[in-house]
Design a protein around this ligand. Structure first.
Ligand SMILES: NC(=O)c1ccc[n+]([C@@H]2O[C@H](COP(=O)([O-])OP(=O)(O)OC[C@H]3O[C@@H](n4cnc5c(N)ncnc54)[C@H](O)[C@@H]3O)[C@@H](O)[C@H]2O)c1
Length: 255
């Protein structure tokens, strides 16, 4: 296998989630050094970091709440000192509240926007500022959702946060294009893991219903998502920026 990112440095928020870990494994396979952050305590990451040792890359984990800009900055500063400046930045951390517009509390609404939108802003703004400062090229990937295109009455805060993140992606892409920093979004449909996977575990029929709704009649795995992220960051991609790859099995075609 050709290693695409030897000695590159990648940071991933929500790195202990299902898709976060799958991306870390794929980047490690490609020779990239990795720094993950998540809400979970440090010891929760030990086993996973150990499993990455086989790839002979440097891997670290820090407990960081992405809603707190100062903590994100402290983390990225520490990553720079210990492992180098991150040239690939992945805004992945997210949460979802199952509550309609008239059920959701102001606190739940705020929290969701703070994690999914502000958190994505903090890691990408702080990370790309370093690239600009050091005149380095880079890649930014926002992990979005088809729910940012299509209204879902039971998760309005999530839909709004992901739609706003898309515009953040475009604004950042335009600003950074002359600096060889490409910024894109991967908007996912149903993944049999993570946020959807956890909801489906509570009601097994839901997964079957979801699968039958998807035009391609399949739900994707976290590993398939990770492979698509690798493609987005491929060194051969020099022209795509401000774009969204809609990886949803055709779901968004339905509405
Ligand atoms: N699973 C799906 O079906 C699906 C569909 C569309 C989009 N996505 C997107 O994929 C991405 C990854 O989600 P996942 O499905 O792996 O879910 P996940 O719950 O497994 O991972 C999300 C991670 O984010 C972390 N996180 C939450 N709040 C945080 C905070 N304040 N600071 C730091 N970390 C925080 C969580 O602890 C968790 O580990 C998300 O952006 C999500 O919106 C997932």
């Amino acid at each position: 296998m050709e290693k695409l990112f030897v000695n590159k440095m990648v940071v991933i928020s929500g790195g202990m989630g299902d898709i976060g870990r799958a991306m870390a494994i794929e980047f490690a396979k490609h020779g990239s050094n990795i720094a993950l952050c998540d809400l979970k305590p440090d010891h929760a990451a030990t086993e996973f970091l150990d499993s990455l040792k086989q790839y002979n890359v440097s891997c670290t984990y820090a407990q960081v709440d992405v809603t707190d800009a100062a903590s994100v900055k402290e983390w990225i500063d520490a990553v720079e000192l210990k492992q180098g400046i991150p040239e690939i930045i992945i805004a992945n951390a997210a949460t979802v509240t199952l509550a309609s517009l008239y059920e959701i509390t102001p606190e739940e609404w705020n929290r969701e926007l703070r994690v999914n939108l502000d958190g994505a802003f903090h890691i990408t703004q702080i990370g790309t500022a370093k690239l600009l400062q050091h005149k380095l090229p880079g890649r930014v990937v926002f992990i979005g959702s088809w729910a940012g295109y299509t209204p879902h009455p039971h998760i309005p805060a999530y839909c709004v946060s992901k739609a706003a993140m898309r515009m953040l992606c475009k604004c950042m892409a335009l600003e950074l294009a002359p600096h060889n920093i490409l910024v894109n979004e991967l908007a996912l449909g149903y993944v049999a893991a993570g946020l959807s996977g956890n909801i489906w575990k509570q009601d097994l029929e839901l997964e079957e219903k979801a699968r039958s709704r998807v035009p391609v009649q399949k739900v994707m795995s976290a590993e398939q998502v990770a492979l698509q992220v690798i493609q987005l960051c491929h060194p051969g991609n020099e022209h795509m920026t401000g774009s969204t790859i809609l990886m949803d099995g055709g779901l968004s075609l339905l509405s």
